[in-house]
Structures are given as structure tokens and as C-alpha cells.
Design a protein around this ligand. Structure first.
Ligand SMILES: Cc1ncc(C[n+]2csc(CCOP(=O)(O)OP(=O)(O)O)c2C)c(N)n1
Ligand SMILES: [Mg+2]
Length: 548
């Protein structure tokens, strides 16, 4: 092994200097030098995942939870390819992540190396591939280039999204000459935006303003500034589905949202979008109401709907300035927007209904608990029925909607925040990436995994049923007992099955009080239709009931 200060030592030193405290990844021959440089350091913990998607989700969840840059490391070949869906999620949701990806030694580029992804002589071109799922991607082919490429990668990631460095084994091992005055990335404060257009529109709005808060408020941690702005406008916000934690208890917009938002919007003099592009998932059901009111927007990227948009890359700085400019007089403040739930058609049969389970979870989770939600019918139900906790995170991967994200993301988030974190995931999502439960156990992270076992990819069952004449059962699985299975598999993991609503509260209490991770598998039905607007046709659900 090379003696002296290696390229990998430089990388790890500079990441530590930027405040990175965790490195997530999976080891392998072409990334072991990087792990070797990080191993044994007091200031960086290594968390080895079971799968590179899990590791990428950990880095994403770490960053979304407020830790700053999430760093993931993977080896060449299959390892690096497994990163793609995780980085795709971070790109779509603009989450700052750095991927350090091992490559075969440069002397073997295009010469039949094991796991050659150099792009030479017909080999898979990793630089082309990762350029498509990142804001910045470089293959480092000279040791000294690490100085600039790492600085550029950090700057790119800081703008919101993944950066990727492809690091051939020989480059990682190369000894660097002493480097004086390394360029540490500086995050310059974004200039204050020109708010004139939206200030004027807000001042002249003759009536209530509906505020819809989005994911950038979470990314910039501008929660307090959002409250300030809403106070100034006498407004209560709604949130998009993946920004529930910026206004805990507020109703949600879009396909998994609360229908009262559209009604309130219809009674408003203006709509102000804060830090969201309002993609289809977030705006389903709102198009008509949006078209009928002046719509204004502040955030780093213009929405997909027509607005008067004001670009603001730093909402923490911009929202107080906007609040000061639009403060309204003593008019009576508006009432909070109604949190009225959809009522899907009832389901008979065994198991616990989603709403019943989520209300039991709502009653059991104290303030400050973090929640991470996965895909599928149970994910939609959780977004609809379960409010974020005061001072708690609520993470969900709606960029790519990849099943199994919650397991890794919860590990990343809990590693940073040390909070009790609750994962809500279906059995299908568990089968994809649930082995990260073992990673949580290894690191004794305080995560309670609530696995909703309907023995099916139930969202696909619902679609078969509603849109394909009943379906052929292909999305239903065989029997399973996940709680008992995990308890037998992982000694030391409290893990139980719950079959009835009656038994759920006690199981939740015990699981939440555990030291370290715990599992509760909840029996539910593949035939239950979740509160997902696209599944509730006029015929099936004229029901839009108000629940306090
Ligand atoms: C990686 C991935 N593959 C496929 C899909 C399409 N898909 C969306 S929901 C779903 C089923 C989810 O099953 P489960 O996690 O058990 O939740 P349930 O719908 O049963 O509550 C599938 C296959 C997806 N979102 N992500
Ligand atoms: Mg399922």
C-alpha cells in the first residue's frame, strides 16, 4: 500500500473540513482505498449499507434531514450501477449529495478490466451514464486533478443535486505532493432577489392569500421564515406532499392531498407558491382553481403552472424580506385550512384499515419524531392521514417514487438527528430494500419500522381492479409473517406481527420505547382502496368527508 498522503486522504480530509460526519456506502476492491482513508477517524462514521440504492437513499435522507451534504461511496461495475436510482431521486428533488465511485485502474481502460466502465473500446461509459443523473460528473484521471474536481463537485452539489466523482483505483492510491492552501468551497450567500413583482401583487390582493409551501422550504430549512411570511399575510399554508414537515398539521395538495385546499383557493384573492414547482403529483385537482386566481411564486425554479415568479435561491434570506414588505394590517387572521380527509369506499375482510392504523400511529408519536414514508397504497394513505410532528421531519421520495427508499433514508436521517424515526412501508417495498433494517440494528439506530403487509403490490392490485376489469391476481403474493420472520432472522431486534386494530396501540408503544430499532408488521388488505384521488371516481366516491 502506498505510503504518504494519498488522493483518498485528501478527499476525506476535505469532506470532514466541510462538516461531513457520515460516509454511507458498500465496499469493494475499487473503493476500498477511500474507505481505508475514512476508517478509524474520530470525525467520520462509516455506515455500510446492504445495497448501493440503500446507501444512496441514506445519503439523500441524511441531506434532507438537514445534515448538509450526504456522501455515498460505491465500487465499480454492479456496485456503481446500483447507485443510479438513488441519485435519480436526489437529482429530481435537488438534494445535495456527493457520490464517490470506484473504477478499475486506468492502465486497464478498454483492455478487458473486470468491471471496466471507462467508456474505452466498447466498455460501458460511466461518465456518460452518471452525467445524466447528476449536476456534475468527472472521471479523475490525474491525481492532482482531485483538487479542482472535488471543489467543483462540492460547489455543484451545494446548488441542489448530486455530484459524482469517478475515481480509478490507481488514482485513489496515488500520493499527492503537499498541497498548500487547498481551495475550500465557499458557499456564497445568494444575492437577495428582486421581489418587486410579487410584492406589488400581494399588496393589492383584495382578500385572503392561499400559501402553498414546497420542498425548497425544507431544503433551505426556512420553516421559521415561512411562519413569519404567513403571519405577515394572515395566512395558513398548505404544503405539497413532500414538504409536510414545513407546516406540521397543514393540509396537503395534490393527488394524495385534502380537497379543502382547492375550495379555499377558489375563495382566495391570490395564491402564493413558496419553494415549489408544483409538479403533477402536487397540483392534481388544483388546476382549475389556480387558473382562476393570480398565482405568484418565489423559489429557485419557476413552477410548471403560469405564475409571476421571483427567483430566490435562499428562502431563509428571501422570506423575511418578503414578509416585511407585505405585512398586512390588523385584519382578522384567516382560519387554518381544513384538514378534511377523503373517504374511499369501505373494505371488509381481515386486517387493519389504513386510516385506523394511521390514526393509532398519530396518537402514539410524540412531537419531535421523524417520519419516513415509502411508495404504494400505504405511502399514499400515510401522506393523507398522518400529519408531520411539530419539530419532526417527514421524508418521502416523490422525485422518482422508487420503492424501498424509506429504509435507507431513515438510516441516513436517524444517523444525523439521533431522533426516534418511524418508517411506514409496504411489504413490497420491504422486499426490495428492507434489509437495511439490519444496518439500523448494526448501528443501533432508533428507527421503528412499520411494515404494512397486505401480501401484495397493492397499488398495482388497485389499478388492476379499477382500470383493467379486476385483474388476474398477478400482483398478489403468498402468505408471510414479517414480524416473526425478522425476529428469528436478527437476534436482538424486537419484531412482532399485529393482526387487529385492537392490538396495534400497545405494539406501537412497546416498539417506540425500544432502545434501537424495532419492527411492527401490520396485517392489512390488498383490496383496500387508499385515499388517492386518481382512484376515487365519482361513482365510487362522492365521499369527501370532513374529519377533525
Ligand atoms: C422501484 C419501483 N418499482 C416499481 C414501482 C411501481 N409501484 C408503485 S407502488 C407499487 C406497489 C407497492 O407495494 P407495497 O410496497 O407493498 O405497498 P402497497 O401498495 O401494497 O401498500 C409498485 C410496484 C415503483 N414505484 N418503484
Ligand atoms: Mg403491499
Amino acid at each position: 500500500m502506498a505510503q504518504g498522503y494519498r488522493v483518498v486522504d485528501d478527499i476525506v480530509d476535505r469532506l470532514a473540513a466541510c462538516g461531513v460526519r457520515h460516509l454511507f456506502g458498500v465496499d469493494g476492491a475499487n473503493i476500498e482505498d477511500l474507505f481505508d482513508a475514512a476508517a478509524g477517524r474520530e470525525d467520520i462514521d462509516i455506515i455500510l449499507a446492504k445495497h448501493e440504492f440503500g446507501a444512496a437513499a441514506m445519503a439523500d435522507g441524511y441531506s434532507r434531514s438537514g445534515a448538509g451534504l450526504g456522501v455515498v461511496a460505491a465500487t465499480s461495475g454492479g456496485g456503481c450501477l446500483n447507485l443510479v436510482p438513488g441519485l435519480g431521486e436526489s437529482l429530481a428533488r435537488r438534494v445535495p449529495v456527493l457520490a464517490l465511485v470506484g473504477q478499475a485502474p486506468t492502465r486497464l481502460d478498454g483492455r478487458g478490466a473486470f468491471q471496466d466502465t471507462s467508456g474505452a473500446d466498447g466498455a460501458l461509459d460511466a461518465e456518460a451514464l452518471f452525467s445524466a443523473v447528476s449536476l456534475y460528473c468527472r472521471r479523475v484521471t490525474r491525481p492532482a486533478d482531485i483538487v479542482c474536481t472535488l471543489a467543483e463537485a462540492l460547489s455543484a452539489a451545494a446548488t441542489g443535486g448530486p455530484a459524482v466523482l469517478l475515481l480509478p483505483k490507481d488514482i485513489q492510491q496515488s500520493v499527492l505532493p503537499p498541497l498548500v492552501g487547498l481551495p475550500t468551497p465557499r458557499h456564497l450567500r445568494a444575492p437577495l432577489p428582486d421581489l418587486a413583482g410579487i410584492i406589488c401583487a400581494l399588496r393589492t390582493a383584495d382578500g385572503p392569500v392561499t400559501v402553498i409551501a414546497g420542498e425548497q422550504v425544507a431544503r433551505d430549512d426556512a420553516r421559521a421564515e415561512l411562519r413569519l411570511l404567513c403571519g405577515a399575510l394572515g395566512a395558513h399554508p398548505a404544503t405539497v406532499p413532500d414538504a409536510k414537515d414545513v407546516a406540521p398539521g397543514a393540509p396537503v395538495t395534490g393527488v394524495m392531498g385534502h380537497p379543502g385546499v382547492a375550495a379555499e383557493l377558489g375563495r382566495s384573492a391570490a395564491c402564493l407558491l413558496v419553494g415549489t414547482r408544483l409538479d403533477v403529483t402536487a397540483r392534481a385537482g388544483l388546476d382549475d382553481a389556480l387558473a382562476a386566481v393570480p398565482t405568484l411564486s418565489i423559489g429557485s425554479a419557476a413552477p410548471y403552472v403560469a405564475t409571476t415568479h421571483c427567483r430566490a435561491d435562499d428562502l431563509r434570506a428571501a422570506l423575511p424580506a418578503l414578509a416585511a414588505a407585505v405585512r398586512r394590517g390588523s385584519g382578522s387572521p384567516r382560519k387554518p385550512l381544513p384538514f378534511n380527509e377523503l373517504t374511499p369506499p369501505p373494505t371488509d375482510g381481515p386486517g387493519v384499515r389504513y386510516r385506523t392504523a394511521l390514526h393509532a400511529i398519530d396518537a402514539a408519536l410524540p412531537a419531535g419524531t421523524d417520519i419516513v414514508v415509502d411508495a404504494g397504497n400505504i405511502g399514499a394513505a400515510a401522506i393523507h392521514h398522518l400529519p408531520a410532528r411539530a419539530d419532526g421531519r417527514f421524508l418521502v421520495a416523490l422525485g422518482m417514487g422508487g420503492m424501498g427508499y424509506s429504509f435507507g433514508a431513515a438510516v441516513g436521517s436517524a444517523a444525523h438527528r439521533g431522533r426516534r424515526t418511524v418508517v411506514i412501508a409496504g411489504d413490497g417495498s420491504f422486499y426490495m430494500h428492507g434489509m437495511e433494517i439490519h444496518t439500523a440494528l448494526r448501528h443501533r439506530l432508533p428507527i421503528t419500522f412499520l411494515l404494512f403487509d397486505n401480501h401484495a403490490h397493492a397499488m398495482c392490485v388497485t389499478r388492476e381492479h379499477l382500470f383493467y376489469g379486476g385483474g388476474d391476481g398477478r400482483n398478489r403474493f403468498g402468505a408471510s409473517r414479517l414480524g416473526a420472520g425478522l425476529a428469528a432472522m436478527f437476534p436482538g431486534l424486537p419484531s412482532v406481527d399485529v393482526d387487529t386494530a385492537h392490538d396495534l396501540p400497545a405494539a406501537l408503544r412497546t416498539a417506540l420505547a425500544s432502545d434501537g430499532p424495532s419492527v411492527v408488521a401490520v396485517e392489512c388488505s390488498p383490496d383496500e382502496i387508499p385515499p388517492f384521488a386518481a382512484f376515487l371516481t365519482q361513482k365510487e366516491s362522492p365521499h369527501v368527508a370532513a374529519h377533525a
